[in-house]
Structure formats: C-alpha cells, structure tokens
Design a protein around this ligand. Structure first.
Ligand SMILES: *[C@@H]1O[C@H](CO)[C@@H](O)[C@H](O)[C@H]1NC(C)=O
Ligand SMILES: *[C@@H]1O[C@H](CO)[C@@H](O)[C@H](O)[C@H]1NC(C)=O
Ligand SMILES: *[C@@H]1O[C@H](CO)[C@@H](O)[C@H](O)[C@H]1NC(C)=O
Ligand SMILES: *[C@@H]1O[C@H](CO)[C@@H](O)[C@H](O)[C@H]1NC(C)=O
Ligand SMILES: *[C@@H]1O[C@H](CO)[C@@H](O)[C@H](O)[C@H]1NC(C)=O
Ligand SMILES: *[C@@H]1O[C@H](CO)[C@@H](O)[C@H](O)[C@H]1NC(C)=O
Length: 661
C-alpha cells in the first residue's frame, strides 16, 4: 500500500472510530475471571498484587472469522513491582470456548495447565507478551512476543521491539517499562498469513514491517464461533497487566489508535510500610530545605540584583545605538511574565511590553543562542537591519543580549499577524473575513517589503522565514513584514538543537532542502505560497480536505487546467468584479511557488505584475506544466524567453537569472 493510500485510509478510519467509538465495551461484554478487574478508568487489569495468580477476560459474544481477513489492535501496559524483572506476562487469545477453565498461573499465563498444554484439541491461538524466560517452553528471553498454537511453546517468537519505518532498523521495547504499547494482529485469509506488530502507543499506524509473520493456514482456529480473550498471570515477582482499549476490525485494515493523548499508567502500588518510609523521607527533605531557605533569605536581594545585572562585552559596545539594557526590557515586560506572552514560535517567545519612559508599546522577542561567534555576525547584521526604515517592515527598535538569550525589540503591532485573519476552519469563527481589497493590499505590501529587502537596500537581505505568522497588521491595516533575518541566527538552515530546517514546513523551497542555501528565490517561493493562502483562505496542506484538494498548489493547478482557477478563491471574495485580480494573483502565486527555481520571477517582476505594468504571458500554464514535467532543465528558461520575448525582457530582466548581488 502506498503511504498516501495508507494515510487516507487512516483518516477515514479515524472518522469511523469517532462515530462508533470502538472500545472493547461496545463489542459485547467481557466476563472477568480470577484476578481480573476493571479499574476506575474502565481499564481492564488482569492481575492484582497477589503472587502466583492469574486473570482472564473473555468476550461473552463470539465473533465469526469464517473465511475472513481481519485485524485486531489493542493497547496494553505492564507495570512491574521491580524495574528490572517481572513475571509472567499476558496473552491475547482466540478460542473456540468462552473461557479456559482449569488454567494455571505462572508460566501457563492463565491459558493452559500442565495437563492440557500442547494438546491439539485445545483449539487456541495465543499471542503472548512474555516477560519471563521459561526454559521448558524454549523461551528466547524474558521480553518477547510469541505466537502460540495450542501450547506455550511458541511456533514463532521475537524479542519485543519494532522495525522503524524510517531506516528499517530494529528498536527494542521493554514490555515491563510501564509504558502503554500497542499490539497489532493482522490475518490475511487469502495469503494465509498472520502478522503481529508491537509498537509504542503513540504510533498512529503500526510499523510497515511486522515483528512476526507466520505463513500458515489458521482458518480452522478463526472459525464461525471465535471468542476473543485476554489472560495474564503472576509468579514470584508481581506485575499488573493492563488492557486499555481494543479495536477489532474485519477486513485487512490498520486502524489508528487515536484518542488524543496516550494514557499513562499509575506506578505499581506501594505497600503501607513503604509509604511510611516515603513520608519520613519527604519530611526530612522538607526540614533540610527549610533550613536552606532561612539562611537564603538574606541573599535573595543580592540574587535579584544579579538577575538584572548584565555584562557589557566589547563587541556589544561596538554595535552601539540599538542596544537596550536588560533591566529596561525586564521592567517593560514585567519580568517576562506569562501574562505578557504574545506568542511562541520556532525561534523563541514574544512578549508584549511598555517602555517606562515613553509608554511606547513594544514586542520583545526572546531567542536563545549559545554560539558567540555566530552571534557577533548576526549582531553585525542586526545593526544593518536596525537601520532599515520602511512602511512595510516592522521596525526593529533594538536588541539586548543577556546570558544565552538574545532579545529583539520591535514596534508592537496591535492587530497581530496575518495568520489569524486567514480562514483556519473552525479555530476562529468570529474573526471577520478580509475583503478582497484588503487582501490585495496585504499582498502588495508584503511584495513591497520584500522588494525593498532584496533589491532596494544597500545589501541583499534574505528574509528566510516568510509565512503568514510573520506578516503583521498595523492599526491602519497595512501589512508589515517582521522577523527578517532571524532564521539566519540558527545558521546554515539547520537549527542544531532540533536538527530541523530553519524555516517553516510548506514554505521551504525544494532547492533549499538540497543545498541548505537561502536565496532571494527561496524567499519568492515562500511569498508565492503566502499569496495563494491569502486568496484561498486555507492552509497549504489541509489534511481534512478531499484527496485532490489536500495540497493547495496542486489543487489550484488542477483547477487552472480545467479553466476554473477562480473557484480556488475563498467563497466570500469570489465576486465578478474581482475576478481579474484574483486570477492574476493565483497564477502569479503558482509561478512564484514553482518547484523549479529557474522560472520563479524576482521581486521587481512580481511587483510590476501586481501593479498591472506587465502582463503574465498567455501560455503561462503550458510553461508551468512543462517545467513540472521537465524538472530542472536549463532549456525551459530559454523556452520561456523565446515564447514571449516581450514578457521576458520586461518582467524578468537581468536579475531573473542571477539572484541577489
Ligand atoms: C487477587 O485476585 C485473587 C483471585 O481473584 C483474589 O483471591 C485475591 O484476593 C486478590 N488479591 C487482592 C490483593 O486483591
Ligand atoms: C452472556 O451471553 C449469554 C447468551 O449468550 C447470556 O445469557 C448471558 O446473560 C451473558 N452474560 C453476560 C454477563 O452478559
Ligand atoms: C469457506 O471456504 C471454504 C473453502 O474455501 C468453503 O468450502 C466454505 O463454503 C466457505 N464458507 C463460508 C461460510 O463462506
Ligand atoms: C487432549 O484433550 C482431550 C480432551 O480434553 C483428551 O481426550 C485427550 O486425551 C488429550 N490428549 C492428550 C495427548 O493428552
Ligand atoms: C536490544 O536488546 C538486546 C537484548 O537485550 C540487546 O542485545 C541489544 O543491545 C539491544 N539493542 C539496543 C539498540 O538497545
Ligand atoms: C505481513 O507482512 C508482510 C511484510 O513482511 C507483508 O508483505 C504482508 O502483506 C503482511 N500481511 C498482512 C496480512 O498484513
């Protein structure tokens, strides 16, 4: 199955699951035997704190697996008395009978006993999650998954773990870690194949490569009347065996186990004597702590002083004018209180503040950085950026460096970012929709700002992180580009802490991923995406959309080919008098966000097209399409020039090929 198909199927299943809420409760009642109980969360706990006990839980209603493929998923967890060891494990059971009478604890896992173990008339298949190595059954280790047929000697087993989809490597899992895990059991009636996968519960779909794959006709066991059950047992070391949620499915599907957060299991309950000891320890710690505090009160004032005191460094003095004192920012933001927090981004937090003397409202961005060298370069750039004054750029008032943090001080923008004005489905229903005139103006404002950064300033400044969140709206509804150059701080495109590409997913040009080099053209790419988003009022990738609408650019291209590009615009702005401009921006957006760097226009061309000074060529769709088919061949550039030379010379002069200076 292709990954896309799998994802799509997954989404459909999530929907189904939400509708039917398929927990084990809705699939017939489970009859509990032995030590099995339900806890207050309605989780099944198969064993209690008694040694050498066992528990069983069988569905009271049988399921017909006659001539059928099916898949079963459940979440489980084992909480052990000891960190390193436990006994004995649990099992998922297919049985012809509604219970397994006479089962034994310990190594028999609550399934079989000494007499019937291995008897072919048991008609039982079990998937064991075994946490104890029993030599008599040929166990491989004390942490394995096995397929058992009629007896506890596994026909197939493997150490607990999974094959990572990313690199195919095997990753160990510890069954007794107390973490919730997922077991996925799939049987293909046609292939006569049983696959079993184990993975962390956080995985939405099980790994591609199963842990165990058994080729055998098991149709006899999966008959018209099959009872599903869980069993578990303890031996001399106790453990609680949890079964949390189960989803049986007919047909070969991989249902996701998505219900918001993965539950965490409580720790193993401690005995009263243990508890007394813990309380004693806590009291002692508190007493010692109190002593510390008393002696510490005197130095508190001193410490507070230290907190706002800062060290001037040589290179800081040299960059002079824009430097704020940390104390000033500390006071302006009321000590960086949570209440002052405006937002949190990939590169840090933004706080609102008021400068004491002037009452000017500011936004203070705090970002951490530890490399001093990169910092000096960056600050050199800041002094340049700080001198930039443009009506469509958020004014950088200054900076401050304190400890490992860098603080950038900007004009405060009362209307927030463009992000919140775009239609984000259900998140902000109350937000007024922008009119087409407002949108067109925002697009032109951002284009003007970018043109200034790329071509009008004494040096080329590459923004590196153009996206709606970085476009701020001032009190007069002008758009201003913010955060320029900040991505450079986390240099060469990679943030070492997260090893993530600096920039924002969806707005990163493909060649940037290959070369790691930001250019004016990578900025144009991101700007193209922003244009499309502003017109369509939706995200670049909308997972909930129909399959062909999922990726915005692809969908627009599809509509364009059908001669219906106008339909891509958000409904509220789709009026006939806007048609010309809307279609222009959509076409230009597709051109700018084109995969192929060579056909993206530069910002002065974009500006001229937006202002109607230059027309887009008639055959633009063909060029765009050809370019997609051809990939990055240099010929295409010539084609574009040949086919419409007036367009080429007017719109894409000189800078079209050599970006930047
Ligand atoms: C555990 O379960 C067994 C079997 O039902 C029962 O006899 C025993 O009392 C239970 N132990 C605890 C501590 O609840
Ligand atoms: C189990 O199912 C049988 C019929 O198959 C029914 O008589 C019985 O009441 C059910 N027991 C429970 C506990 O639901
Ligand atoms: C199951 O398959 C067997 C052989 O393929 C066939 O004889 C039988 O009728 C089928 N049973 C059902 C219930 O489809
Ligand atoms: C297997 O179990 C059946 C039914 O319980 C019994 O009649 C038979 O003797 C057992 N076979 C062996 C080898 O123990
Ligand atoms: C996985 O577990 C096996 C057996 O305990 C051990 O030999 C191996 O080193 C472990 N591998 C990793 C990556 O932890
Ligand atoms: C079992 O896993 C194998 C991969 O090892 C896969 O090719 C096969 O389709 C799987 N079978 C089922 C029934 O999922």
């Amino acid at each position: 199955m292709s990954p896309e198909l799998k994802i799509l199927q997954m989404h459909i299943l999530v929907l189904l699951l939400t509708l039917f809420s398929c927990t084990y409760n809705s699939h017939g009642k489970y009859i509990l035997e032995g030590s099995a109980v339900y806890d207050p969360n309605n989780y099944m706990i198969l064993t209690n704190t008694t040694k050498h006990s066992y528990g069983q839980a069988f569905n009271n209603v049988s399921t017909s697996y006659k001539n059928q493929s099916f898949s079963i998923n459940f979440l489980f967890g084992i909480v052990s008395e000891h960190k390193q060891q436990a006994s004995h494990g649990m099992a998922f059971v297919f049985s012809h009978t509604r219970s397994l009478p006479g089962a034994s604890s310990d190594q028999y896992l609550g399934i079989f006993n000494e007499r019937n173990n291995g008897n072919a008339s048991n008609n039982v298949i079990a998937i064991e999650l075994d946490i104890h190595k029993d030599e008599e059954f040929g166990d491989i280790d004390d942490n394995h998954v096995g397929i058992d047929i009629n007896g506890l000697t596994s026909v197939l087993s493997a150490p607990a773990g999974y094959y990572d989809d990313k690199d195919g490597n095997f990753r160990n899992l510890s069954l007794i870690s107390g973490k919730v895990m997922r077991l996925s059991i799939v049987y293909s009636h046609i292939d006569k194949q049983l696959n079993v996968s184990l993975c962390p519960a956080e995985f939405i779909v099980p790994p591609n490569k199963p842990l165990l794959s058994l080729n055998r006709d098991l149709s006899h066991y999966f008959s018209k009347e099959t009872y599903l059950g869980f069993t578990a047992s303890t031996g001399s070391i106790r453990a609680l065996h949890y079964m949390l949620i189960m989803q049986p499915f007919n047909g070969l599907t991989y249902p996701p186990m998505e219900f918001g957060v993965v539950p965490t299991l409580p720790p193993y309950p401690r005995k009263a004597s243990d508890r007394t000891r813990t309380i004693l320890a806590v009291c002692l710690t508190l007493a010692v702590f109190a002593a510390f505090i008393t002696s510490g009160i005197g130095s508190a004032f001193y410490l507070r002083h230290q907190k706002v005191k800062e060290v001037l460094e040589e290179w800081e003095i040299q960059y002079g004018p824009h430097r704020f004192a940390y104390k000033e920012l500390y006071n302006a933001t009321k000590g960086f209180k949570e209440k002052q927090l405006l937002g949190r981004g990939g590169f840090g937090q933004v706080y609102k503040g008021t400068l004491p003397g002037s009452n000017a409202e500011i936004a203070v961005k705090r970002t951490s950085h530890d490399s001093r060298q990169g910092m000096s370069e960056f600050l050199a750039e800041i002094t340049t950026i700080g001198r930039l004054r443009h009506k469509n750029l958020v004014k950088l008032l200054g900076y401050c460096r304190h400890k490992d943090n860098l603080y950038l001080v900007y004009d405060f923008m009362p209307n927030g970012s463009l992000e919140k004005y775009l239609n984000r489905s259900n998140t902000n229903e109350n937000q007024e929709r922008l009119t087409w005139e407002q949108r067109f103006k925002i697009i032109k404002d951002v284009a003007t700002a970018l043109l200034h950064l790329h071509q009008e300033w004494v040096q080329v400044i590459i923004h590196r992180d153009i996206k709606p969140a970085n476009v701020l709206i001032d009190q007069d509804m002008n758009a201003r580009l913010g955060d320029f150059g900040l991505a450079k701080l986390h240099d060469q495109g990679f943030d070492p802490q997260t090893s993530r590409v600096a920039g924002t997913f969806g707005y990163i040009a493909p060649e940037f991923l290959r070369t790691g080099r930001a250019t004016t053209s990578t900025d144009v790419y991101a700007f193209g995406m922003v244009m499309l988003e502003v017109v369509c009022g939706r995200r670049l990738i909308e997972r909930r959309a129909a399959e062909n609408e999922e990726v915005l650019v692809d969908w627009i291209l599809e509509l364009w080919e059908k001669g219906r590009i106008f339909d891509a615009a958000e409904e509220s702005i789709r009026q006939d008098q806007n048609r010309g401009d809307i279609e222009l921006v959509l076409r230009l957006g597709v051109l700018c966000s084109h995969q192929s760097e060579s056909i993206r226009p530069d910002m002065s061309a974009v500006m001229r097209i937006l202002n109607g000074v230059v027309q887009l060529p008639e055959n633009l769709l063909d060029v765009v399409r050809d370019e997609i088919l051809k990939g990055r061949s240099e010929k295409s550039l010539e084609l574009l020039f040949d086919v419409n030379s007036s367009f080429a010379t007017l719109a894409f002069t000189s800078s079209f090929i050599s970006h930047g200076r």
